[in-house]
Design a protein around this ligand. Structure first.
Ligand code: J2J
Length: 539
């Protein structure tokens, strides 16, 4: 089999790839190998629990092979892009593994995305198929799919999963013969396209290979103590990089553990599931961890099975982190990761100060971390600077984004994370801020420019500036300062502008929390809009 040819992907240079293989980081396993190996070792154990469904490893593997047969019969082949747009349902796991099995490339949308984002993913990747759900949080998947089939020339197939489980489209796909076990992709192939938070315009897509991704998954399992006894609550969006890989659903499936899928991670949903299924591990964003700490429901449920919560996606305050052990009665691991690659964990045996006050240290001895000043000069430990990274599971470039890549990577391949950190002598990182133009709304990343561009599409708007303003629970909320045109007659209203964005098919989490109409923006010394002033004033 030849290596997959996919335009717009920046490969690891040969000498690095060789080194990562020699050191045993890249083992040659593909995602589909991972699942079938676990299915062989843990056939009768439960892989996925969702509502009253319990899916064993044997069942999961069999369904994946049937579904792979269905996609294959549609003509979906190795390297074809398929947008997968599903909430936390078992069909997500089945569909992505079926696509992995034929070597097709899932493009991982978030369930909260809407037409606007999905359209862009299909256009940008030339996707041939789109898999979604009939109904989710006010989203009408069937109507959206029908519309996209009309407007998107590359889109040949849409598959609608029923929110009651399965559905006629899936049943049809699974009616034919299963695809026999065979190797249909190489470990160095791009396995899927993950989403970046985005800083300019539309979110960038991140090509992750089997080899690089599964290295991070296996190491995450070791660092987080994941075994076949692990029962993991999946309450964060299932396709997010944290949920997929840190150690995530792939980590649990690799180890033969059990996933408990939850619609979300709020205490009212999560606590009963923890009690019922004796959940041992959960991944949370800081706002959810706070909600758990402050919930009156804590005393109503037995959370005694919980061994560890992993908290990441945004900065967890040391004050809240310190409460986890005493109040939830479980361990804490902080996780500072990114879909582009690098993941840091506090280690399970670390002293309390390290666990509460740092965001951990990198997974790999070969993660090359640099902390630099504005001119890319390396700074001594303890000083705040820009975090750059290169390593065995960090991408060398975004998908089909040469101009952006020139800015986001150094000439020698270090990724500019846009995070401002301090490193201590042991290599532990503390996140102190951010230099990228991005809003982190409780772990959900928002590109101000994307929202600004959409708002500027409104006839009555003259100018707009979107910033993140401090928020006690989410860390940040979004605020749009809007200047209407002179002749706009006070239109649109706040509600009108929200409706405008919703009608454009924008994901609800990107619709500004606060909108203020102003007549001018504060300016910096050189006459640019001062987003800093707007952030401070906006609280
Ligand atoms: C401060 N900022 C953090 C943390 C991420 C594991 C965990 C999280 C992600 C993720 C992930 C942070 N403290 N603990 O992919 O595998 C901010 C940083 C970072 C950006 C990446 C994983 N953990 N962040 O959040 O691609 O700004 O990945 O660069 O969504 O989130 O966002 P994302």
């Amino acid at each position: 089999m030849q290596a997959m040819v996919l335009d717009g992907v920046v490969p690891y240079p040969d000498e690095f790839a060789e080194r990562y293989r020699e050191k045993g980081y890249w083992t040659g396993q593909t995602h589909s190998d991972l699942l079938f190996a676990s299915a062989a070792d843990h056939a009768d154990e439960v892989a996925v629990i969702a509502g009253d469904r319990r899916i064993t490893y044997a069942r999961l593997a069999a369904d994946v092979s049937l579904l792979a047969g269905g996609f294959d019969a549609l003509g979906i082949r190795r390297g074809d892009r398929v947008v997968v747009h599903l909430p936390n349902v078992p069909e997500f796991v089945e569909v992505v593994f079926a696509l992995f099995d034929i070597g097709a490339i899932p493009v991982l949308a978030l369930a909260s995305h809407r037409r606007s984002e999905i359209e862009y993913f299909i256009e940008h990747t030339g996707a041939r198929a789109y898999v979604t759900i009939d109904r989710h949080d006010g989203f009408d998947g069937a109507a959206t799919a029908a519309e996209l089939r009309e407007t998107q020339p590359t889109l040949e197939h849409t598959v609608i999963v029923s929110s009651h489980g399965g559905g006629t489209d899936l049943a049809r796909l699974m009616a034919g013969p299963a695809l026999p076990r065979a190797r249909r992709s190489l470990p160095e192939d791009v396995a899927f396209l993950q989403l970046s938070g985005g800083t300019t315009g539309r979110p960038k897509l991140i090509p992750r290979t089997h080899d690089d991704y599964l290295y991070s998954v296996r190491e995450s399992d070791a660092l987080c103590g994941v075994t076949d006894r692990t029962v993991q609550l999946v309450g964060l969006p299932i396709s997010h990089n944290f949920t997929m890989s840190s150690p995530g659903i792939l980590g649990v499936l690799a180890a033969g553990g059990t996933l408990v899928l939850a619609a979300n991670g709020t205490p009212d949903v999560a606590f009963p599931l923890i009690e019922e299924h004796r959940v041992t591990q959960a991944a949370l964003v800081p706002s959810l961890a706070l909600a758990w700490l402050n919930s009156a429901l804590r005393s109503r449920y037995d959370l005694g099975s919980l061994e560890t919560i992993l908290v990441g996606g945004a900065k967890f305050s040391a004050a809240a982190a310190r409460r986890v052990g005493p109040e939830l009665g479980c361990g804490l691991q902080q996780v500072f990761g990114m879909a582009e690659g690098l993941v840091n964990y506090t280690r399970r045996g670390d002293d309390e100060d390290t666990i509460v006050a740092t965001q951990g240290r990198p997974i790999s001895p070969d993660d090359e971390v640099r902390v630099v000043d504005d001119d890319d000069r390396d700074l001594p430990d303890g000083e705040e600077g820009h975090l750059l990274v290169r390593g065995p599971y960090t991408i060398r470039g975004y998908y089909r984004a040469p101009d952006h890549n020139a800015r986001s990577f150094t000439a020698d391949g270090f990724y500019r994370t846009g995070d401002v950190v301090r490193r201590d002598a042991r290599g532990y990182l503390t996140v102190v801020g951010r230099s990228k133009d991005q809003i982190n709304r409780g772990g959900e990343k928002i590109s101000p420019e994307e929202i600004e561009n959409l708002i500027l599409g409104h006839d009555a708007i003259h100018d707009v500036s979107v910033v993140g303003v401090p928020d006690e629970s989410l860390g940040e909320r979004t605020k749009a300062y809007v200047i209407r045109r002179d002749e706009s007659d006070g239109q649109p209203s706040v509600l009108g502008l929200r409706r405008f964005l919703r009608d454009r098919g924008l994901a609800p989490y990107k619709i500004p929390d606060l909108i203020e109409f102003v007549t001018e923006f504060p300016l910096t010394g050189v006459g640019k809009t001062s987003k800093r002033d707007q952030r401070v004033k906006g609280r």
